[in-house]
Design a protein around this ligand. Structure first.
Ligand SMILES: [Zn+2]
Length: 446
């Protein structure tokens, strides 16, 4: 098969074996436990309870294959980073079916052993937070080993002695690929094992495998993959495990356009892992060089925002006009704030709106009376009069619109402007009257 037809077949297979119930923004142990039971009865898969979390939730390892080349992957070490958990369960669903051997090779099970620890931090997952139940970041516990979850991972590495390790995380959606203003849907790193950043044989293999994975995923989302820099992190598991002679690969799942549950990254994680398995069996990874690895653009932190308003005109108190861009991020569901203003030409936005010809109206609060009802039509009426927030001190008002609405106890200063940290509720006017608004991340013209 050509590379293109293999790639198309792989995507078809992945789509067929994805667990629909895992298309969610967050995953906890109760989401995955029925699937673990379902996978455990499949002939090719062995499920092992390797231990418990601090609060006693089970931590499992799934194993497929019995070959000499050993892979160990672990997911959701950070409780609020679930994307790879779904991806690895998809991968196992696919690989456990003999019908899918056509995308690898017939005897692959006798060549590799793949161990996957899914959801290393189920307590953090229950709390939707990064740390475990002790409040400790497990990924800073590789040396101290004061968390049961960290000790379990350490024991697994010592027991299984993997050739290749996959440390699977999620990153902030605002990472961009270099200066491209595109989101890093996946980011890669072959972590260093010392401060000098030396590259020994196992690290070279990690970099070559990343180059192979990068090429495979780039077929699907060109230009949406980044690379972390080589800074050494002494306390982290990736760096520590890399120091044990394991070819260690960090993959961080990130955002894509119109993809709140990171389903693109979920699919691409499977493509990446499949590629690493396949390239290791065939040794095809040897054709890649360090240059191929370093050709992957470096990640840029905060290179993106949720909404970028470009070329907004503002007026100061004396009526002088100036222009600026405004970047807005959603900080909680339905609540967005300004993160930066000024010349933001180096920033990208998941949504970009050219506000050329639009002037930001001064903040203006509408005094609601007790018992008032704000319907969608009434709200539009207020916006078109330039009101950007509702004053509802001591008054009970009935909100009957689905549009985001800002309620304040006291009036916002007239010239709050787009200062960083201020709520993103702005009305804009053309040369005649108010005509559009940004309501949290929602852009409205009227
Ligand atoms: Zn993480």
């Amino acid at each position: 098969m050509t590379e293109q037809s293999t790639s198309a077949l792989l995507l078809k297979r992945i789509a067929a074996y994805q667990w629909a119930v895992l298309d969610k923004p967050h995953l906890t142990y109760s989401d995955i436990s029925p699937l673990l039971r379902e996978l455990a009865v499949r002939e090719r898969i062995t499920l092992t309870r390797i231990g418990n979390s601090f609060q006693g939730l089970p931590i499992h390892r799934l194993t497929i294959g019995n070959g000499p080349l050993t892979f160990l992957a672990w997911t959701q070490m950070h409780g609020d980073e679930p994307t790879a958990t779904a991806a690895m369960l998809d991968l196992l669903a696919m690989l456990s079916e003999p019908a899918c051997d056509d995308i690898i090779c017939d005897n692959w099970l006798s060549q590799v052993t793949l161990h996957i620890i899914v959801m290393l931090n189920p307590d953090g997952a229950s709390l939707t937070r990064r740390e475990n139940a002790q409040g400790i970041d497990i990924n800073r516990d590789a040396r101290a080993l004061q968390t049961p979850e960290g000790r379990l991972l350490d024991e697994q590495v010592r027991e299984l002695r993997p050739d290749i390790g996959f440390n699977l995380h999620d990153q902030s959606r605002y990472y961009a690929v270099g200066s491209s203003k595109k989101p890093a849907t996946l980011s890669f790193l072959a972590p260093p094992f010392n401060a000098a950043g030396d590259v020994d044989g196992s690290r070279l293999r990690a970099k070559q495998l990343i180059a192979a994975m990068h090429q495979a995923v780039s077929n699907h989302r060109p230009g949406q993959f980044g690379r972390y820099n080589d800074a050494y992190a002494h306390r982290c598991f990736g760096d520590t495990i890399a120091g044990c002679g394991v070819s260690t690969i960090l993959i961080e799942s990130g955002a894509d356009y119109h993809d709140p549950n990171r389903q693109s990254a979920r699919t691409l994680n499977v493509v990446a892992l499949y590629t690493a398995l396949n390239a290791s069996i065939s040794q095809r990874y040897l054709q890649y060089s360090l240059d191929d690895y370093y050709a992957i653009a470096e990640n840029q932190e905060n290179g993106l925002c949720d909404v970028l308003l470009k070329n907004v005109t503002q007026e100061n108190e004396t009526g002088d006009r100036y222009r600026c861009d405004i970047a807005v991020n959603e900080t909680a569901p339905g609540h967005a704030t300004v993160v930066a203003t000024g010349d933001l030409t180096e920033l990208g936005g998941f949504r970009e709106i050219d506000c050329d010809g639009l002037t930001l109206c001064n903040a203006k609060g509408f005094c609601a009376e007790p018992g008032d009802s704000v319907t969608g039509t009434a709200y539009l009426g207020l916006l078109s009069q330039g009101y950007n927030h509702l004053l509802c001190q001591n008054s009970r008002i009935n909100i009957a619109t689905d549009l985001p609405l800002l309620q304040c106890l006291s009036p916002l200063p007239e010239r709050t402007g787009p200062l960083p940290g201020t709520p993103a509720f702005f009305v804009f006017r053309d040369d005649k009257k108010p005509c559009c608004a940004l309501l949290s991340t929602h852009w409205l013209t009227f």
